[in-house]
Design a protein around this ligand. Structure first.
Ligand code: IVH
Length: 681
């Protein structure tokens, strides 16, 4: 982009096209390769420039311009589209033997001596979409529907940032086929799902039951500006039809899609040996927990497309592929008791104590019941048989009771009239489902507040959890969360389980917590509705906790992303003299309450400046998030995938494919200890 623009329309059009190509390129680096080359600010500057030029010269605006992801009026309903080829479903295999049996059946249908290879891909738990491109431009997108006819959701799909609006994305990429039909899966990551739900709950708006429902709800919005605000992602996995692109195998097809700029999951593998392929399937039962999105198994596909065509389908399922699924995440068990926990806000939370039941390799003993209404609406009684579901990392849920299996001995649950922890009265507000303990000095609440305060997403104090919280409250060492910063080594001497080393570590961890970003401190206070995202919005808006405390409801409400309910909740919290006292105590304890306008160099040493890191496997003492935070603090960058640009791969236990890739590319591999040395810790 160094050439000076010539004057006149032709050169302006050229400049626009160059800007678009640059934005497309950076979008691809960021959203598809997870490996950005420029800062957000640089990227935004390019988009701003393009937008401004397009506004001045609307005649030069193109439909596939990166500025055109959102637009158009909300629709009344979705148009129906007939799919170019019916969408089949897959036969299932749950055990290795069933895969071997499928293999035998396939062999019988093929000439003797045919050598087979397989491509194994994650079976992403999202929504299938069909994408059509005409002359390289994204022209139509549809949902699966009933497999023959789907709904046209082109406008919503355009908002998916990893979906190329025009191909090839790279200027030196392979030529786009004249026409192309691609299938893929639209999904959201578990983290994005959780973040969204927390924010929605904070605003008193609807939440979704799981990432899949969230993806579906977000894709099926009649107003595409709503979809645009949702963190939808895409993996492309199948070429349905292509004029001018003729892959011989699924593996080649994936490569071709990747080369054109489509997001293709790096978790796909090709095998030439049946048993190796099966071993990979079995290992995936745990490997999949590492993926940031939900999968319900793997899809095993015969690689050669000519063999796929030859094998065809039986009924509604192709013979050339099979889904390798994992044992169901549901089980039927019995509710032995319903007990009640006290949360940090004093809310009484019923939970079911279950007859222990294995689900997906883990024994489940408890399931949350949320509140009184949840129990009543599902008619869950003590002694009932129930269907329990465990999805991903979330707490097990009771989906429904099975009244047809009742013996008559079951008992209806009554919410206690007093707090099970302190015995003070419990009250339910008229317009809420929650019941609260009215005693603000309830020790159970305090324990929970401390637990939350020290937790990872909040102050992140190592070696401090619910057990320590319970112990210190019981010993009278903590009367509120701020007391943590006044704990002394002397107080802990002689406390059971606290030897010198452990006391030292805890003291050091508490000291470190004093320097957490202000948004973390704000989050840690446990104000209703203020999670990580809202915490950051508020601190970005006001700069300090004091400024937030001084703001009135209207001022708070004026912050982008903060609604009236949330604003009220924040104002209420700071209006309480008890809470104000905690704030003062935190200040006295040395906790950072304001963002310093950092003068140059005040940020501390940045020994990792200019270095890019990828973290893989389980590190001995840090979580990956903690390691990433330390790297960033030292000026380094952390990305999700290994490339030639990666400076170091930090590898822990069971590192997986990233290590192999690093070795292949000659990227230096270090361990946690080496990383700490580099940072100077
Ligand atoms: S190939 C004949 N590959 O699973 C169907 N499907 O039961 C061939 N799915 O809704 C499908 N990930 O959209 C294929 N990597 C993947 C997939 C995948 C998820 C979905 C698919 C369909 C269902 C098939």
């Amino acid at each position: 982009m160094s050439a000076r623009p010539r004057s006149g329309k032709a050169s302006l059009a050229e400049r626009l096209e160059r800007l678009r190509a640059a934005i497309r390129h950076h979008d691809h680096r960021y959203h598809v390769l997870d490996d950005p080359e420029v800062s957000d600010a640089e990227f935004d500057a390019l988009v701003r420039e393009l937008r401004a030029l397009e506004e001045e010269h609307p005649e030069l605006r193109t439909r596939d311009s990166p500025t055109q992801r959102v637009g158009g009026a909300p629709q009344e309903r979705f148009a129906k589209v007939r799919h170019p080829a019916p969408m089949l479903s897959l036969a299932n295999a749950f055990r290795a033997d069933e895969v071997r049996a499928w293999h035998e059946r396939v062999l019988r249908l093929l000439p003797t001596g045919t050598n087979l290879a397989w491509v194994v891909e994650p079976k992403i738990d999202g929504l299938t979409v069909v994408l059509q491109y005409a002359s390289g431009v994204f022209s139509l997108g549809a949902t699966r529907g009933n497999g023959e006819v789907g709904e046209e959701v082109t406008a919503n799909l355009r908002t998916v940032r990893s979906l190329p609006l025009s191909i090839p994305v790279a200027e030196d990429g392979p030529p786009a086929p004249e026409s192309l039909v691609v299938r893929g899966e639209v999904f959201v990551t578990r983290d994005d799902f959780q973040r969204f739900n927390e924010d929605q709950a904070a605003r008193g708006e609807r939440t979704y039951a799981n990432p899949r429902n969230f993806a579906a709800g977000s894709l099926r919005q009649l107003d595409s500006s709503i979809s645009a605000g949702r963190p939808l992602r895409l993996w492309a996995y199948q070429v349905i039809a292509a004029e001018g692109l003729d892959p011989a195998s699924q593996w080649e097809a994936l490569g071709a899609l990747r080369a054109l700029g489509f997001p293709v999951t790096p978790a796909s593998r090709r095998f030439e040996d049946l048993e190796e392929m099966i071993a990979h399937c079995e290992a995936f039962a745990t490997a999949r927990l590492e993926l940031p999105y939900d999968t319900d198994g793997l899809v095993v596909k015969i690689d050669r497309l000519d063999l796929q065509r030859r094998l065809g389908a039986v009924g509604s399922a192709p013979r050339w592929a099979i889904a390798f699924k994992f044992p169901s995440s549901e089980a039927v068990t019995r509710v032995e008791r319903i007990s009640v926990n006290v949360g940090r806000t004093g809310v009484l939370m019923p939970f079911a104590e279950l007859e222990p039941a294995p689900i997906g390799g883990v024994i489940i003993r408890n399931a949350t019941l949320h509140n009184e209404d949840y129990v009543r609406e599902r008619d869950i009684r003590i002694g009932d048989r129930v269907v329990v579901k465990r999805a991903g990392e979330v707490i097990p849920q009771i989906l429904r009771s099975l009244p047809e299996l009742r013996t008559g001995e079951e008992q209806v649950f009554e919410m206690p009239k007093t707090c099970p922890a302190c015995g003070e009265p419990a009250r339910r507000a008229d317009d809420e489902a929650a019941t609260y303990c009215v005693n603000s000095a309830c020790p159970a609440q305090l324990v929970r507040s401390v637990e939350y305060f020290v937790s990872r997403g909040a102050m992140d104090i190592d070696g401090f959890g619910i057990q320590q919280a319970g112990l210190f409250v019981q010993l009278g060492l903590l009367h509120d969360v701020a007391d943590i910063f006044f704990l002394t080594a002397e107080q802990l001497e002689g406390v059971e389980g606290f030897k010198e080393k452990r006391i030292q570590n805890l003291m050091r961890a508490i000291e470190a917590a004093k320097h957490r970003p202000v948004a973390r401190v704000l989050t840690a206070l446990g104000i209703r509705g203020v999670g990580g995202v809202v915490g950051e919005l508020l601190v970005d808006g006001f700069g300090s906790i004091d400024a937030i405390a001084a703001a009135d409801v209207e001022t708070l409400d004026a912050v982008e992303g903060i609604g009236p309910t949330l604003a009220q909740s924040v104002a209420d919290w700071f209006a309480s003299p008890h809470n104000r006292a905690i704030l003062e105590k935190l200040r006295k304890g040395g906790v950072r309450l304001a963002e310093e306008a950092a003068p140059a160099g005040a940020e501390g040493p940045t020994p990792l400046e200019g270095k890019t890191f990828v973290i893989t496997g389980t590190l001995p003492s840090f979580s990956r998030e903690q390691a990433a935070e330390r790297i960033k603090r030292a000026g380094g960058k952390v990305t999700g995938s290994v490339s030639a640009k990666t400076s170091f791969v930090v590898a822990g236990e069971s590192p997986g494919g990233k290590l192999e890739k690093a070795e292949k590319l000659g990227v230096a591999v270090i361990d946690e200890a080496e990383l700490l040395r580099m940072i100077g810790e």
